[in-house]
Structure formats: structure tokens, C-alpha cells
Ligand binder design. Structure first.
Ligand code: GLU
Length: 348
């Protein structure tokens, strides 16, 4: 007699967001929609899930994704690790798309195992025609339960595409195709219910190990034309332990801003990212005052290909275990070096 293959166990954690949002009376009337559904209700709305995995649900938070904190995510990562210890094959996290690019990246840094961690959400809430939450959840569970997704780190599954957490960004305020990876493209897709991974990622070399205490606040400032960045004077006074600057193009700021930035970089880590939304900050091309060469020579730390919000996540988590500026510099250098490193074997 043939033994039936065991159905993989997958845990679905709900955090809120549009995928969980309805009006007070269950529709969109009145005061608009807000997160009201828990993981059970989100899962129950997709009967096809029963044929894919044995699901267990955890209503972890019920909030708009802008209210999620890094401390919430450290707690979530611990809870996910416990589920993996307990034998689940994969995990799905449902949440708002507003911060999915940051939360998925934080989980990527905090979790170091082989089994899939898939984050998804919806752009159209359940009261709307063509709500995308059910299809996204089904695809997310198909990926989370697939051996093909092993060793990818955290991914975002959305609109039947699989995006690496380190590259994905929300690029549109309302389109169902809002989640994109402008620098790298998707690493795979879901087709006829099958998870297809076509690009394998290098493992991150220096994941953050064990943030347990308070996660320090890190500021994110974007430079714009004609700005003198007077807010820089408030950064330390406001209690920020670090700063990420989203600079022009390849990593440039107005020359008049340089002395303030350089001064700040002697006391707290100041990360140089690009505001362009794709590509990486350069390190050795331009030589004018305020150029990337000038800023790096004055102590700013290049973010590499990480955009401002993701650089801020990495800096915050590193600062929760290390306060030394040189340790932060090494963490960013190691992170970027590992992403460009050749893959020596599958999943290693
Ligand atoms: N459009 C957002 C979402 O997809 C709004 C709410 C949120 O991010 O929580 O969920």
C-alpha cells in the first residue's frame, strides 16, 4: 500500500493591514476600513488552502503596518523560531504593505534557518471587488510549503511573484503590482500552484545575532534640492543613536551640508544611501565637495544597495548589539560583500 505524502505544516501569523481590513459592520461603509480580521478569518476565506498545507494560525497583532515596531519583529522572529523548532515546514506572515519592505528585511536579518519565511498582504481590502488578499495568501502558503523555497531567507510573495526581502520595495500607493524589486527583479514566481525559484541568493554574511534589549532609534533624512538640512542639528538632541541620509543620485549632498554631516559622523554612525530607489551608492567616482568620495572620506558609511528604510533597519538592529561606529562600518561592509559573493553550493 502506498503511503500518502504528509501535508506540510505551515503557520500563518497575522499582523493586520489591508488584508485584514473591513469596516465596523463588515463592509467599507461609514468610517472606512481598518484591521479587524485575525489569522483564522483570513485563512477561512480561502478554502483552497486546505489542499496545500496543514495550517495553524496566530493572530499576532491587529494593526496598520505603520504601527509595527522593530521590537514587535524581534518578538515575532523568536515566535517563528519556536514554531520551526516545533517542526513546521514554513511560515507565512500577513501584514500591511506600507512597511512590508522593512519588516520582511528585519525578519531576513533576524532568522537564519533554511525553512521559508514568506510575508504577504493585499492592496485591495476584502470589501472591494477583486480583493487580492486571498490570491496572495494562497500563493504565499504554496511557497512556504515548498521545498523549492528552502534557503532563500525571508521573501515577499505578492501578485504571484517572489521577491527577496533585501531588494523588495513598495513602489505604488494602490496598484496590486505595488511590490517590486527595482534593482534585481523577482527571484521567482508561482504558476499553477507551483513555487518556481529561478534565482538563488547568496546568504547574508553577518546576520544580526540576538537583539534582546532596547532597539535604539535611528533617524532617516532625505536630502532635496536647495535643502540646508538644518534638521541635522536636532538628530542627537532628539535621542537618535544613528542617522541614515538618503542622498542624491550616487550619494551626493549640497556642499554646504558637508561640515554638519562630517561632524555628526564623528559621534554617531551616519549611513549614506541613495534616494533613487535602485542601484547602489558609489564609492570612488565623484570628487566634488558633497560627493560620495568626499562624504565617505569624512566618515560616512556607504549603504551599498540598501535603500534608506532598509539601511535604517540594519543600522537599528546592529546598534542594538554594537554601539561602536567601526563595528557598524564592518557590518555594512560585510553585508554588502556577502550579497555579491559567489554561491558555492545550493543554500550555503
Ligand atoms: N495599503 C496598506 C496595506 O496594504 C495600508 C495599511 C497598512 O499598511 O497597514 O495594508
Amino acid at each position: 500500500m502506498n503511503e500518502r505524502p504528509r501535508t506540510p505544516r505551515v503557520t500563518v501569523f497575522s499582523l493586520g493591514g489591508t488584508i485584514a481590513a473591513t469596516g465596523a459592520g463588515g463592509d467599507a461603509q461609514g468610517d472606512g476600513v481598518s484591521p479587524r480580521l485575525g489569522a483564522d478569518e483570513i485563512v477561512d476565506a480561502v478554502p483552497q488552502l486546505g489542499g496545500v498545507a496543514e495550517l495553524e494560525t496566530v493572530a499576532f497583532r491587529q494593526i496598520p503596518s505603520g504601527d509595527i515596531t522593530l521590537a514587535d519583529l524581534v518578538e515575532l522572529a523568536d515566535e517563528i523560531s519556536r514554531r520551526f523548532d516545533d517542526g513546521v515546514a514554513g511560515v507565512v506572515v500577513t501584514q500591511g504593505t506600507d512597511t512590508i519592505e522593512e519588516t520582511s528585511f528585519a525578519l531576513d536579518l533576524l532568522l537564519h534557518g533554511e525553512r521559508p519565511v514568506v510575508v504577504t498582504g493585499a492592496m485591495r481590502n476584502p470589501t472591494m471587488a477583486g480583493a487580492d488578499g486571498p490570491a496572495n495568501l494562497l500563493a504565499a502558503v504554496q511557497v512556504a510549503s515548498s521545498a523549492e523555497a528552502s534557503g532563500l531567507g525571508a521573501v515577499v510573495v505578492f501578485d504571484d511573484e517572489i521577491h527577496a526581502a533585501r531588494f523588495v520595495r513598495k513602489t505604488h500607493s494602490s496598484s496590486t503590482g505595488a511590490l517590486r524589486s527595482p534593482s534585481a527583479g523577482p527571484i521567482g514566481w508561482v504558476s499553477e500552484g507551483r513555487c518556481r525559484v529561478v534565482l538563488r541568493l547568496a546568504r547574508l554574511a553577518s546576520p544580526v545575532v540576538g537583539p534582546t534589549g532596547v532597539i535604539p532609534s535611528v533617524a532617516l533624512l532625505t536630502v532635496s534640492v536647495g535643502d540646508d538640512m538644518a534638521l541635522l542639528a536636532q538628530v542627537e538632541a532628539s535621542g537618535y543613536a544613528g542617522l541614515v541620509v538618503e542622498a542624491f543620485g550616487a550619494g551626493h549632498v549640497p556642499a554646504r551640508v558637508v561640515p554638519r554631516l562630517a561632524d555628526l559622523a564623528t559621534r554617531i554612525p551616519v549611513i549614506l544611501a541613495t534616494r533613487t530607489g535602485a542601484g547602489e551608492v558609489l564609492q570612488g567616482t565623484y570628487g566634488f565637495p558633497g560627493s560620495e568620495r568626499d562624504l565617505i572620506s569624512r566618515g560616512l558609511i556607504p549603504a551599498g544597495f540598501l535603500d534608506g528604510p532598509k539601511a535604517r533597519v540594519l543600522l537599528s538592529l546592529v546598534l542594538s548589539v554594537e554601539s561602536d561606529i567601526d563595528a557598524v562600518r564592518s557590518a555594512f561592509a560585510n553585508f554588502n560583500a556577502s550579497v555579491g559573493a559567489p554561491i558555492t553550493s545550493h543554500g550555503s
